[in-house]
Design a protein around this ligand. Structure first.
Ligand SMILES: [Zn+2]
Length: 1060
């Protein structure tokens, strides 16, 4: 006879069910305690320890020694291989049998020479299914290998997750046994947990919540854990509940498996290779068992690693990609930082990524996928669109500290007006676990209710956690359509975005950058990485340009396409969102520095090779090839190499395109002088003496300890401590420094964030501003005039840190440079330099990828003050009508303008996750350029390019060309020719790719002129696919281009066959 209905207390009923499924309490008698039945130890365990990450074939040849559960091994970053001999007891025939394995290091199971499953405790992957049902004739003895890395899911931080790794950490295997798995118990546990989630999530005001709770209670009543024959009755109760359907208006959740793997972060790049294998092999298993399960996978680099290290796994991934279960997403080489990489670097992320996806998986990605980076450039929509992508997914803006972003589904409009459909999963995570709480949150938090009825839900453990679990998949399948809850559909990015596009008429538009109000320290942390990034972007630019010219001019020259692709991929790798940002451990930073060094050394070799090709066959004396890699004429002082490693100053002026220049030999003058160099992206000239009038400026003058530098354009006055007390545009007499204030003022701030040390600088650091006071009398005259005047000084920043600076003013140069060397030994301090300007404007301008944007100089609203620290590329500018002051830099990214004070962020000193970050010597240059008129008309943009792309003086192995020549010129100062390279697809190697952008923010028509033998010109997209409209009209080596504001255009130029 059934028990009579009783009054039920909410809490006791709920907790009763919780205890029935608890892994902690009452496991002697509850259902959870019955999940596994009989168990037995493995027959034999032996191990082999190595500091290397060995391939399987090599590892299993090694000398394995007997081992036991509980043995410890290590230290950090080593690998322990286990050979596991096992024999399943005969009595277990008919049962499901698992190998249960628990260790604090991440494991990978190998069976018959192939990886079969990852084992990660933090990713809830602690058992490997040996057989679903042991057959009578099945072999019961087996040898497996388990490769255990001596690091946890999130590395090996000493004491806290983001602390620097503990190099001495030891690891342990705490369980290695065979056990019978009770699948029927497992199913009841999944249902009971879901019912508990529904009861709690919907709460006591909700009828459906009580139905869930009463169903669960009734299941406990009928279910005797010791008697499996009672389970079907309990199961039927659950099925009845979950079978009650919802209505037509239910919100639809698109659940997609995902595993966000940071390409390097709290562990080195090499460990990521194994994290990918461990995770994806687990995903393959899940896809096999669940044909409706779909997994979205980003980052071509990680797939490339798996392709080369685990070809068998790669083939399986290709197979599942064909079935539509494994869905490559993102389109980029890695999930790069969204702020710091240059425009060209971002294009290459997509170019390398999309080409890889097409080659390996048969199609390109149709959505940009960047769930976890620290802000998104306003140029990304245009770059995405030109790379075949109209859809964008992220969630990181949910980390905003101050303002809550108003949308989850919206159109994102970029700097040039390009739009993409953006979706932020409203559950604010990319690592969901399929709980009812998360499902309900996804519906409740959606900021676009009423506009759309679809959301994304990304589930799975990231960073080596192996992605989704079977339990997550089972939970989500059970929630496919249950009254009281949203509809949950195992779905794909394609299905999600198609559904969202169906509602697009209702969606709002957000214009401009997606600024993350957090992690603003990442613009500055790890100055050497920032410098390496900027420098390598320049080197690759110069190499591609010179190699292209060599290709056009020399029939023998072979464009180094394969090597350049390798070098680009190295740079793209370092632009990962925890590397270029400086938020990685020391080991990763060291690897990044090696990559930069590779790019530098190969880059220099390639530059020499191209220079040699350009010189060949031309008459002329041995000498230097002086190359201007920018698309406009330049006249600059240049340091020329002299025998014995010394340098002398020369002045170069670049000629208007195809020009000529006086012939001169190698610079050999005894003192600084002017040399001439060419104009327009890559014109090549010899060194030459400058005209006499340019070469003879008055030397710096020193009075009362102050120094004045004057080049006829600027007059710079430094006080005896090196501060800038006056900066005058000579022609107009206009003063750029605020009255009574001094520029070049170094300031120190306390820099103690709330938690994310390397990442965050908090608004309150501004309250701790301390000007660094210099000592009078330290300023001295450096170079005494001629083509260059300079002054230098020393500054003690603190008892441990010091700085020296040379302030340089060259003949003909519109800006004054500050070459800075810092010895930095601080903890939690932030060094900046400030320039109070005699300028008033509510907005300042900052350079971004292929353009610039404005941000406020005031803190009116919370959105304004949340941007107290922002990022910029090579320049920033504060202008009022008719006059402004620009601050240029050669390797910095952090900046701010508050009121009239321009501030450049120089160095930080966080201690986690890299305790050594930024300690030591630094060298960088910034420059100040006052100007009349607008920054566009005054040439701030070319000036910032010049600072970043010095003229090249390459030793010419053979005779250097006798005359200067110029390959390209553009008629409009608004249009920048950014890139010249060989096209990816280039029949006979003779097609060049040019990329130009409109930099002023204006509609602009221009003529592109080239002296190269071009036979056809056609527009193309960033993936270099020809414009179907066909070739452009090419006449007299010129073609006309029309630009809209900040538009980027790419062009294919087919060269005529080589001359011989
Ligand atoms: Zn990440």
């Amino acid at each position: 006879m059934a028990a009579a209905p009783a009054l039920k207390h909410w809490r006791t009923t709920l907790e009763r069910v919780e205890k029935f499924v608890s892994p902690l309490y009452f496991t002697d008698c509850n259902l959870r305690g019955r999940l596994f039945g009989d168990s037995c130890p493995v027959a034999e365990l032996s191990s082999f320890l190595t500091p290397e990450r060995l391939p399987y074939q090599e590892a299993v040849q090694q000398d394995f020694r007997p081992a036991q559960v509980g043995d410890s091994f290590g230290p950090t970053w080593w690998t322990c291989w286990f050979r596991v001999e096992l024999t399943i007891p005969e009595a277990w025939v008919g049962q499901e049998v698992h190998l249960r394995w628990e260790s604090d290091g991440e494991g990978l199971v190998w069976r018959d020479g192939e990886p079969v499953q990852g084992l990660t405790k933090e990713g809830e992957k602690t058992s490997y299914i040996l057989t679903d049902k042991l057959g009578e004739k099945d072999p019961r003895s087996l040898t497996l290998y388990v490769e255990v890395a001596c690091n946890g899911l999130l590395g090996a931080g000493k004491g806290s997750m983001i602390a620097a790794p503990d190099p001495e950490k030891m690891f342990q295997v705490s369980r290695a046994e065979l056990a019978v798995f009770h699948r029927d118990v497992y199913k009841l546990l999944v249902d009971l947990e879901l019912l508990l989630g529904i009861a709690k999530g919907l709460g006591e005001d909700n009828q459906r919540s009580f139905q869930a709770l009463y169903t669960a209670n009734q299941m406990v009543n009928v279910c005797d854990p010791a008697q499996p024959e009672t389970f079907p009755v309990a199961q039927a109760l659950a099925s009845k509940f979950f079978g009650q359907r919802g209505g037509e208006s239910q919100h639809t959740i698109h659940a997609m498996g995902h595993c966000h793997i940071d390409t390097a972060w709290l562990w080195p790049f090499k460990e990521t290779v194994r994290k990918c294998a461990r995770s994806w092999v687990t995903v393959v298993q899940l896809m096999e068992r669940n044909p409706e399960f779909i997994f979205a996978c980003s980052q071509a680099q990680q797939l490339e690693w798996v392709r080369s290290h685990y070809p068998g796994l790669h083939a399986r991934l290709q197979e599942f990609a064909c079935r539509g279960q494994f869905v490559p997403v993102g389109g980029t080489w890695v999930e790069m930082d969204g702020n710091l990489p240059s425009g060209e670097s971002m294009v290459r992320q997509f170019l390398q990524g999309q080409n890889f996806f097409r080659q390996e998986f048969g199609k390109m990605c149709s959505e940009f996928w960047l769930p976890d980076t620290f802000g998104y450039s306003a140029q990304l929509p245009q770059i995405m669109r030109s790379c075949g992508i109209k859809r964008f997914l992220t969630q990181k803006l949910s980390w905003n500290l101050v303002n809550s972003f108003p949308h989850h589904t919206f159109f994102w409009e970029g700097l040039d007006g390009s739009q993409v459909l953006a979706h932020f999963p409203p559950g604010d995570s990319y690592g969901m676990q399929g709980s009812v709480e998360e499902v309900l949150k996804t519906v409740a938090k959606n900021r676009d209710k009423g506009r759309t009825n679809h959301s994304a839900f990304l589930f799975g453990f990231g960073d080596g956690g192996g992605g989704p679990t079977q339990t997550m998949v089972d939970r989500l399948k059970r929630l496919c359509n249950t009254d009281g809850l949203p509809r949950v559909q195992l779905s794909s990015p394609e299905q999600l975005f198609s559904a969202l596009e169906g509602h697009s008429g209702q969606l709002c538009t957000w214009v401009g950058e997606l600024f993350l109000e957090l992690h603003n320290g990442t613009y500055t942390t790890h100055a050497q990485i920032k410098k390496g990034n900027r420098e390598c972007e320049r080197i690759l630019h110069d190499v591609e340009l010179l190699s292209s010219l060599a290709l056009a001019r020399s029939a023998q020259f072979l464009y180094p396409a394969a090597l350049l692709q390798d070098l680009w991929r190295l740079l793209l790798l370092t632009q990962f969102h925890d590397v270029v940002t400086g938020s990685c451990i020391q080991l990763v930073a060291e690897e990044a520095m090696c990559h930069y060094e590779d790019i530098r050394s190969h880059g220099n070799t390639l530059l020499s090779a191209a220079a040699a090709a350009l010189c060949a066959g031309e008459p002329g004396p041995e000498g230097l090839l002086i190359v201007n890699t920018l698309p406009w004429k330049r006249t600059e002082v240049l340091a020329l190499p002299r025998p014995g490693g010394a340098h002398c100053l020369g002045m170069s002026w670049l000629l208007p395109s195809p020009g000529h220049c006086p012939r001169h030999g190698l610079c050999s003058c005894p003192r600084p002088h002017l040399t001439a160099a060419p104009a327009a992206p890559a014109a090549c000239v010899r060194s030459a003496r400058a005209p006499a009038d340019l070469a003879s400026r008055p030397p710096p003058t020193k009075t009362d300890g102050s120094v004045t530098l004057d080049n006829g354009i600027l007059r710079v006055r430094l006080d005896p401590t090196g501060r800038l007390t006056s900066l005058v545009l000579v022609a107009s007499g206009r003063e750029a420094i605020a009255e009574g204030a001094a520029g070049n003022q170094f300031v120190l701030f306390d820099d103690v964030p709330l938690y994310w040390d390397a990442w965050d600088v908090m608004d309150y650091h501004l309250e701790t501003r301390k000007p660094v006071l210099g000592q009078a009398g330290t300023l001295a005259v450096g170079t005494e005039g001629g083509v260059r005047g300079s002054a230098w000084f020393l500054l003690q920043i603190s008892p441990n840190s010091r700085l020296s600076q040379e302030v340089v003013l060259d003949v003909g140069c519109p800006y004054v440079r500050f070459h800075t060397e810092v010895h930095w030994h601080e903890a939690h301090k932030f060094l900046k330099v400030e320039f109070p300007a005699r300028v008033r404007s509510p907005q300042a301008t900052y350079e971004v990828q292929f353009g610039h944007l404005q941000r406020p100089t005031h803190y009116n609203t919370s959105w304004d003050w949340a941007r107290f620290e922002v990022w910029a590329h090579r320049w920033m500018d504060l202008s009022e009508h008719g006059f402004g002051l620009a601050l240029l830099n050669d390797c910095k990214y952090g900046a701010s303008v508050r009121g009239n004070v321009l501030s450049l962020s120089l160095l930080r000193a966080p201690k986690s996750p890299d305790a050594t970050v930024d300690m030591g010597r630094h060298e960088f240059t910034y420059a100040l350029m006052p100007h009349k008129g607008s920054f566009q008309d005054a040439g701030v943009i070319p000036a910032a390019y010049s600072l970043n792309f010095p003229l090249l003086a390459l030793p010419a192995p053979g005779p250097a060309p006798a005359a200067a020549w110029s390959a390209f010129s553009v008629s409009s100062p608004a249009v920048v020719l950014e890139t010249v390279k060989q096209a990816e697809t280039s029949p006979q190697g003779r097609t060049l790719l040019l990329r130009l952008y409109e930099a002023h923010g204006s509609h602009s028509d221009c003529w592109l002129h080239t002296s190269l033998p071009v036979q056809e010109a056609v527009l193309c997209d960033f993936l270099e696919r020809r414009d179907p409209a066909g070739p452009l009209l090419l006449r007299d080596n010129r073609l006309k281009l029309a630009f809209t504001p900040f538009q980027v255009q790419s062009l294919l130029l087919v060269l005529q066959p080589p001359p011989n």
